[in-house]
Design a binder for this molecule. Structure first.
Ligand SMILES: Cc1cc2nc3c(=O)[nH]c(=O)nc-3n(C[C@H](O)[C@H](O)[C@H](O)COP(=O)(O)O)c2cc1C
Length: 356
C-alpha cells in the first residue's frame, strides 16, 4: 500500500483539499460505512471527508446507537458530516442542534433514499414528491444549523420534470453544499448516471455541488469532475470495491503514478475487511453472511464472467469463502477493479444494472 498523502489543512476550508482537484468524500452507506469501515478506509488513504450512515429521525427520536460512535470516536483523523433522514420538523431540528454540539463539520439531509420502506413514509427520496414540505424542512434546519448544512439528493422521484424547481428550493434555502446522485429515486442504482443534470446544478446553484454516482477509478473521477465542474466527488460502492481509489485520485491530480493493486493486495484487503467488520465471536455462518454484503460490490471488479460472484454468494463458511477468494486473487498480477455490468442478474439484484 502506498503511504497516504500528507494531509494539508489550510485555514480557509473544512477539509484542506489542495487546489486543482475535487474534494473527495466517502458516501454514506447504511450498514456499511460504520466506524470499523471508516477506520479501514482511512488506513488505505481515505477520503477528505466522511459521511455517517443516516440517523433515522422520527418524532420521538433521541440520539443514540452505534452511528454516534463514528462521531465520538472518529478514527479517521479527518472531518465528519452527520446525515439525518426524516420529515418531522421539530425532531429534525432538535437532532440537528444536538449533533452540531459534537465533533462534526456539517449536518446533511438525506433527500434521496430509494428504499420503499423509507420513501413510502415520505422521507428520503419520498420527499421529492413534496416540494412545499421540503421547503419547510430546509428553512427550519437552516435556521437551526450554524455549521455547514448540506443536502444529498437525486434528480427526481420518478421523473426529472421538477428538477429545476428543486434546485431553486435548495438555492433559496441557503444550503452550504448540495450532493447529487444523478439518478431518480425510482431508478434506484440501475440506470446510467445523468452527469448533465449534475452540471446544470453546478451552473445554477450558489453553493458548491458534489457529483455522485458510478465513480470507480481516478480516470472516471476526472471525467466526472471535468464534465460537471463539481467542487467535490462522492464515492460509495467504488470505495467498497477499491479502497485505494481516494489515493489513486490524489495521485492522478498530483501527476504521480497511481498505485495498482495486485490480486494479493485485493485478497489482503478482503482479509482485513473480514477482521474489521466481523467479530470472531459471531457464528461463523453469520460472519460469511455479513461479508457477502461487501462482496456483492467487490465481486464486480474481480472477473467479468460472474463466476467469482456466483460462487462467493454460495459459500457457507469462512474456509470455503477464503478458498474461493484465493483461487481468484492469490497472484501478483495487477487488478484494476473496474466493475463489469452483470448480465445474468435480475433487476432486483442489489448489483444489477449500469456500473460504468
Ligand atoms: C448499501 C448502500 C447503502 C446506502 N445508504 C445510504 C445512506 O444511508 N444515505 C445516503 O444518502 N445514501 C445511501 N446510499 C447511496 C450512496 O450514498 C450513493 O449515493 C450511491 O451508492 C451512488 O454512489 P456510488 O455509485 O458511488 O455508489 C447507499 C448506497 C448503498 C449501495
Amino acid at each position: 500500500m502506498p503511504s497516504p498523502d500528507p494531509y494539508i489543512k489550510p485555514a480557509d476550508t473544512d477539509t484542506g483539499v489542495p487546489a486543482g482537484r475535487p474534494e473527495l468524500s466517502l458516501a454514506p452507506m447504511q450498514d456499511v460505512t460504520d466506524w470499523a469501515f471508516w477506520k479501514l478506509m482511512s488506513e488505505y488513504g481515505g477520503p477528505d471527508i466522511y459521511f455517517t450512515e443516516y440517523f433515522r429521525v422520527t418524532p420521538t427520536y433521541r440520539l443514540s446507537g452505534e452511528i454516534l460512535k463514528s462521531i465520538r470516536e472518529n478514527p479517521t483523523g479527518r472531518p465528519a458530516i452527520a446525515q439525518v433522514i426524516g420529515n418531522d420538523i421539530p425532531a429534525l431540528v432538535r437532532t440537528a442542534r444536538e449533533l452540531q454540539k459534537m465533533d462534526i463539520v456539517g449536518v446533511d439531509l438525506n433527500l434521496g433514499c430509494p428504499a420503499p420502506v423509507v420513501y413510502k413514509k415520505i422521507a428520503g427520496g419520498g420527499l421529492l414528491l413534496y416540494p412545499d414540505k421540503v421547503r419547510d424542512i430546509l428553512k427550519a434546519l437552516r435556521d437551526a444549523i450554524d455549521i455547514r448544512f448540506s443536502v444529498k439528493t437525486r434528480i427526481g422521484f420518478d421523473s426529472t420534470s421538477r428538477y429545476e424547481d428543486f434546485l431553486q428550493i435548495f438555492a433559496e434555502a441557503g444550503i452550504d453544499c448540495l450532493t447529487i446522485h444523478g439518478r431518480t429515486v425510482k431508478e434506484m442504482y440501475r440506470s446510467s448516471v445523468d452527469y448533465d443534470r449534475i452540471r446544470t446544478a453546478v451552473q445554477v446553484m450558489p453553493c458548491p455541488v458534489w457529483a455522485n454516482g458510478n465513480i470507480y477509478s481516478a480516470e472516471k473521477a476526472d471525467r466526472v469532475y471535468r464534465h460537471t465542474g463539481a467542487a467535490g466527488l462522492m464515492i460509495g460502492r467504488g470505495a467498497i470495491r477499491n479502497p485505494w481509489i481516494f489515493d489513486q485520485i490524489r495521485d492522478f491530480y498530483a501527476g504521480r503514478t497511481q498505485f495498482t493493486p495486485t490480486g494479493a493486495d485485493v485478497l489482503n484487503y478482503i482479509y482485513r475487511l473480514c477482521e474489521a467488520v466481523t467479530t470472531p465471536e459471531a457464528q461463523p455462518n453469520r460472519r460469511v453472511h455479513h461479508l457477502k454484503k461487501y462482496m456483492n460490490f467487490i465481486g464486480l471488479g474481480i472477473e467479468p464472467q460472474e463466476q467469482f460472484l456466483h460462487r462467493i454468494r454460495r459459500a457457507e463458511n469462512l474456509n470455503e469463502f477464503f478458498a474461493i477468494c484465493r483461487e481468484f486473487m492469490d497472484h501478483g498480477r495487477p487488478m484494476n477493479l473496474t466493475p463489469f455490468a452483470p448480465e445474468s442478474l435480475s433487476d432486483s439484484d442489489v448489483v444489477a444494472g449500469c456500473h460504468l
